[in-house]
Design a protein around this ligand. Structure first.
Ligand SMILES: C[S@@+](CC[C@H](N)C(=O)[O-])C[C@H]1O[C@@H](n2cnc3c(N)ncnc32)[C@H](O)[C@@H]1O
Length: 222
């Protein structure tokens, strides 16, 4: 959407100066934000290629990190196969885009066994968090360790991030020792785009010390 970011900035300053028009402006902002983000090449790839693949897996418990107006349909599509989809965001206002009773307001780098039990999830979708809140190297290190605690060995982790906004998540020892890149269903382990700096990495949670630790159900569809 041409000029989408500029329009969103104008709406942000209008919201700050005209709080009385808050609800109407918020609805308008949500519509512009959804239209803008859904028009981006990486978002179309996410919607047309990645989401159908993720939704077709036999996941039972999915964690979707980061909720915005344009993520509600993704959460709904992931849940269509019967999976329970949990949503999280650090921003309390984002709860309105989350999955109702299955939403938690929390910092994903700080998750503990009180937030979610160890190995609760068999799939985690982490798109647009690294570089959009979890930016510095120490925060990414904490993030990868936190994700490795709640993703079951053999579980799938999708990371969407932007070159230039953070270090490459695959450059961290905490990533390489807990996750390994996987090519699945004609989806490469890493996908980049000509029109922007977005990158998708598809990883599987490893289980150090064993042989082939990957989930046979997921590998069967590769
Ligand atoms: C660019 S949006 C990405 C939205 C979505 N995940 C997607 O599929 O595009 C970034 C979101 O991540 C949230 N966020 C940033 N840092 C976070 C953190 N440490 N823990 C949880 N959520 C965070 C922000 O509040 C924001 O809603």
């Amino acid at each position: 959407m041409k000029g989408g970011n500029t329009i969103l900035k104008m709406l942000d300053s209008a919201q700050a100066t005209l709080p009385v028009a808050g609800v109407a402006l918020q609805r308008l902002r949500d519509r512009v934000e959804s239209t803008h983000f859904r028009s981006l090449e990486d978002r179309r790839f996410f919607s047309d290629r990645i989401l159908p693949f993720l939704a077709a897996q036999s996941a039972r418990e999915i964690l979707y990190v980061g909720c915005r107006s344009y993520t509600e349909d993704a959460v709904a599509r992931l849940g269509q196969s019967g999976a329970r989809v949990w949503t999280t965001d650090i921003d309390p206002d984002a709860a309105r885009y989350g999955n109702g009773a299955h939403h938690r307001t929390l910092d994903i780098t700080e998750i503990t066994s009180e937030s979610f039990p160890v190995s609760q999830f068999d799939m985690i979708c982490l798109n647009g968090i690294i570089g959009h809140g979890v930016d510095a190297d120490p925060a990414i290190t904490k993030l990868m360790l936190a994700l490795s605690r709640v993703l079951v060995p053999g579980g799938l982790l999708l990371i969407g991030w932007n070159r230039g906004r953070s270090s490459d998540p695959m450059g961290f020892a905490e990533t390489r020792s807990n996750f390994e890149p996987v090519n699945m269903d004609r989806l490469a382990s890493r996908t980049g785009f000509a029109s922007n700096d977005h990158v998708f990495d598809m990883l599987v949670r490893s289980n150090s010390g064993t042989g082939d630790h990957r989930n046979p159900e997921l590998l069967a569809s590769a």
